[in-house]
Design a protein around this ligand. Sequence first.
Ligand code: COA
Length: 191
Amino acid sequence: MAYPPTLETKRLLLRPYDLKDAADIFEYAGDVETTRYMSWDTHKNIYETLDFLNGMRIRYENNTTLDYAFVLKSSGKVIGGGGCFDTGEFPHTAKIGYILNKAYWGQGLAVEAMSAVFDYLFNTLKVHRIEAYHYAENEKSGKVMVKLGMSYEGTKPDGAFVRGAYKTLKFYGILNFQFSAVKTPFNFVSG
Ligand SMILES: CC(C)(COP(=O)(O)OP(=O)(O)OC[C@H]1O[C@@H](n2cnc3c(N)ncnc32)[C@H](O)[C@@H]1OP(=O)(O)O)[C@@H](O)C(=O)NCCC(=O)NCCS
């Protein structure tokens, strides 16, 4: 069984998901605006969120994910989540993603959380490369990737067919040796 270790930043704790997080997660996973750029469907009810959490427990037990709940330290609320959702190509490549409750957008929290994940993947697990993509229209996500030090690597026109529509994908990546030079909120804090 391999639950990922808790990580800490200035404003957040990153810890494995727990069934007790369902109500907080449903707040954003059940929101159409927040989930419109995700590859998965908006949760229709809290039972779908509980299914997600049960699936996550199995994925932790099988060591196939390094996904975290983002907990705001000041309130204890789960305000988002993210991490490496697929460890299948470890230690060569880690594929990452993230989502925040929209009430917490515009505060630098996604970059703060993912900086800690990058630090763990690169400096502790010695992953060689981290990669991600976003739908072309989701420019906010591209800004997060750039702030994390990732480089734009290319566009795949109509690269995915999601919920009845083609989506153009924009790909980003960063190699281990490039990360130490990036001044993210996380490695500013840790020096
Ligand atoms: C993508 C997503 C996580 C981005 O959230 P975000 O809050 O914009 O991202 P950040 O944490 O990087 O915050 C950056 C913003 O906070 C602002 N900010 C405010 N205080 C800040 C601080 N103390 N430190 C850093 N930035 C701060 C920045 O200026 C920036 O605003 P801008 O984008 O208008 O320039 C969010 O839009 C989301 O959850 N979307 C839905 C899910 C999704 O699309 N996931 C990605 C799929 S590929």
